[in-house]
Design a protein around this ligand. Structure first.
Ligand code: UDP
Ligand code: MG
Length: 229
């Protein structure tokens, strides 16, 4: 049984079609699994749609919801970083807003952290539903390339969906990199890190917020920070 506070960090960019459902599913899982001491941190990454008013309405009804809002679109990694800096939990889950990462996996992640005395439980995609061939192909190419070049182990088929404990969060918050490749930095921090597998669902609604231009920025940033070669 997990006794501490659990933070949930959800970056949101133009997610008006999903935020209500994401909140509902997260809250249901937390309540059903007895994770009552929690906080939900939604980061509005400069959305141009109704994401912010919707989040504010959720926060008005639920005192365990915190909304951070950026002055413009800074990107997914800065949004998650802001959440990690703001969270007060003994452990935190990083999860996408579009329900591709199933909230129902969270209790299993928490249990695994306790059972294995791990500092990090990272979710590995067994299967990716509803993603284009192009997305899977470029992702696979990127992970092969970065793993071939980098000394830091960077697990395949792993996004930022993971549970990290307080000592890892504190170390992460001390890092001064301006452009953070979060999954790489967390791996680099060390401690015991264990995988848990899951099936990646299609997006609940809306379109990807990661067009090719953002994907390339993300990939070049990761390569520049994580390989000397
Ligand atoms: N996201 C963000 N800022 C951005 C792009 C994306 O906060 O500039 C969020 C987005 O709302 C989602 C997560 O990052 O919660 C992953 O984005 P998305 O699902 O669009 O990426 P994909 O799954 O298609 O790779
Ligand atoms: Mg997605």
């Amino acid at each position: 049984m997990f006794r501490g506070k659990l933070s949930i960090i959800v970056p949101c960019y133009n997610e008006e079609e999903v935020v209500d459902e994401t909140y509902r599913r997260l809250k249901a899982v937390l309540q059903e699994s007895g994770l009552r001491d929690h906080e939900l941190i939604f980061i509005n990454d400069g959305s141009r749609d109704r994401t912010l008013p919707l989040l504010r309405a959720i926060a008005e009804k639920d005192p365990l919801v915190v909304v951070l809002s950026f002055s413009r679109n800074f990107g997914h990694q800065p949004a998650v970083t802001a959440g990690l800096h703001r969270c007060r939990g003994d452990a935190a889950v990083i999860i996408d807003a579009d329900l591709q990462d199933p909230p129902e996996l969270i209790p299993q992640m928490v249990q695994k952290m306790l059972d294995e005395e791990a500092g990090v439980v990272y979710a590995v995609r067994d299967e990716r539903k509803g993603e284009t061939f192009f997305k899977r192909f470029t992702a696979s190419l990127f992970y092969r390339l970065i793993n071939g070049l980098s000394d830091v182990p960077l697990p395949m088929n792993t996004g930022d969906f993971r549970l990290v404990d307080r000592k890892v969060i504190d170390e992460f918050c001390r890092l001064e990199e301006k452009n953070k490749y979060i999954r790489g930095l967390i791996s680099w921090i060390g401690f015991k890190q264990v995988p848990i597998s899951y099936v990646r669902e299609p997006r609940f609604a809306g379109e990807t917020k990661y067009p090719l231009s953002k994907m390339l920025k993300f990939a070049t940033n990761a390569l520049l920070y994580f390989t000397r070669k």
